[in-house]
Design a protein around this ligand. Structure first.
Ligand code: G3P
Length: 217
């Protein structure tokens, strides 16, 4: 399973990259705003900085909600850097734009996916990635992981190649359960990745090993 980090924070991205396990980055307008990155040019510059920090795919989201606007913005984003993946919303014009970009060989990520039917449309349109938001489903008492399972089954039934990018991952158990279900990618905050390191028996064991080593030296 690929690990993407879901943030626009350059320090968090650098920390995950330094760990050696990072496969890419996802962002969205809310994550940009959280870092104080506003204005079209600043956002474009920030995407470039992110691409320079990592070696994997970097999802950059269009703001337009109409087909022509999405094509124009998507082209501009794709031209920024070879690692850019054009992120499109799961609406009719987003699906049309996804087809346009996939026909041109430009990678796409269809975002704001909350149902298996939406995921089916995204793959029919040739999406590189589909982003079901599992945490936001959990937030409204709906099993987000069940959606990942359904999409996995549908894609496997027909050999659809769109990668399931489990998004809105909030914690380590989300990461582990996505891996169990065969999600191709997960994207979450830095804590969802570094949290996987933690186990008290590892810490206790290490202290003991070091203490025993000192006894003999
Ligand atoms: O990748 C999608 C993500 O940015 C949404 O996460 O935690 O705001 O639901 P969250």
């Amino acid at each position: 399973m690929k690990f993407f980090i879901d943030t626009a924070n350059l320090n968090d991205i650098a920390e995950a990259e330094a760990l050696g396990v990072l496969d890419g980055v996802t962002t969205n307008p809310s994550l940009m705003a959280k870092e104080g990155i506003t204005g079209a040019q600043n956002i474009l510059n920030h995407y470039k900085k992110i691409c320079e920090l990592v070696t994997g795919d970097v999802s950059a989201e269009v703001i337009a909600t109409d087909y022509n606007g999405m094509i124009q913005q998507g082209e501009e984003l794709a031209a920024l850097h070879s690692q850019i993946v054009v992120k499109l919303p799961m609406i009719a014009d987003g699906i049309k734009a996804c087809k346009y970009f996939s026909d041109k060989g430009i990678k796409t990520n269809v975002t704001l996916v909350f149902s298996a039917g939406q995921a089916l449309l995204a793959t029919k349109a040739g999406a590189t990635y589909v982003s079901p938001f599992l945490g936001r489903l959990d937030d409204i008492s709906t099993d987000g992981l069940h959606l990942i399972k359904e999409i996995r089954q549908i894609y496997d039934n027909y050999g659809f190649e769109t990668q399931i990018l489990s998004a809105s991952v909030r914690n380590t158990m989300h990461v582990i359960n996505c891996a169990k279900l065969g999600s191709d990618v997960m994207t979450g905050p830095l804590s969802s990745i570094t949290g996987l390191l933690k186990h008290p028996l590892t810490d206790i064991g290490l202290v003991q090993f070091l203490a025993d080593y000192k006894k003999g030296n």
